[in-house]
Design a protein around this ligand. Sequence first.
Ligand code: HGY
Ligand code: MN
Ligand code: MN
Length: 412
Amino acid sequence: MPAISPRRLRARIETLARFGALPGGGVTRPCWSPPHEEARAWLLGEIRAAGLEAWVDAAGNVFGAGGVRALAADRPVVLTGSHIDSVPEGGILDGALGVLAGLECLERVSETGLTHRLPLVLGAWSDEEGRYGSLFGSRAFTGRLEIERIPDMAAVDGERLVDAMARAGFDARRAPEARAPEGAVAAYVELHIEQGPRLEEAGIPIGVVDSIVGVRRARVVFTGQADHAGTTPMDRRRDGFLAAADYALRARDLVVRRGGGRTVTNFGVVTVHPGVSNIVPARGELVQELRSPDADVLAGLAMQCESLARRVASRRRVGVEVRPMSATAPAPCAERVQAAIEAACVTVGLASTRLHSAAGHDAQNLAALTDAGMIFIPSRGGRSHRVDETSDWEAIERGANVLFHTLLALAA
Ligand code: HGY
Ligand code: MN
Ligand code: MN
């Protein structure tokens, strides 16, 4: 039975891990940064060295294909891929696995001369981690970019997307040109680490994703009054940070109680202003994420969190403003793709289970355009978005082989 080359795949994963490598392991490789652009150049070289055509679109998405130079409405393709950007202090597999396993599959198919009716295409999506705005490259590809917002898109540290892309040689305003022609993609399947503990704890080697969570991000800003940290009596302080802290703890409990067990929230960014030790904080600013596979639960909790913020603010005699930043809708994966993945697992003799993805992925944008699905492999200890994120090399080989057979089935 034809199979991928685990040695070649491992060599590429280990090489990509060098771009943005951190001394203690892991990577920091934000999209458009120098290490990311070096990784892009390396990837383009690897695609070409594999005998494939390579190109980059106006949103910085990298593509590779055998005998195909672009996407066209009259020649639908089967697409696979993921992303090569990372979170700060992230792992070497999140995204990289799907891109490099996809490249391995395309190279293996062309080496073995296996026939397939539809062309196979590899994609590496820009800024999947959303440093400047979530799932940027696949939003552009699927026509879901809010074009008028491009000039305002910026990282939480204030760096604008337009500037970061310009430094990498791209014009952000042209990103909408990356939109794929209608009907150009017959199916999409992405291999990814689960980034959580479920597969490992169940002892199941392959996850077949049935739906992907929607993710809502919002700034929650509590504004009180700066005061002298020593002379202001405690009962007269209008402390923006304490209001934010009070809200965060209550919002977390609200989501656990009313989220139906599959909704989560996170406060990954906290800013205090003026932010020096001897001033009572005038402002406490949070970036809050809410995630759920259920769109109604997600919308309902967003409203309940907003009214909770207002109650906390009035009790603490401060102001509050909730500013939505981004929102992705929960996406069901296509039954046809899930079935193809399960059939591939039978072919290679692996057990599989269906589960929802608690992480956001580009596949949720592709799901709006075509039949989309995802293959998960277990993350050791469920660890991800941290430098010690890892999966067994055998698990990586198993996932790549399932991807290989899934692609052949979808392209048959
Ligand atoms: O944050 C996420 O869910 C994904 O890893 N970008
Ligand atoms: Mn990812
Ligand atoms: Mn990630």
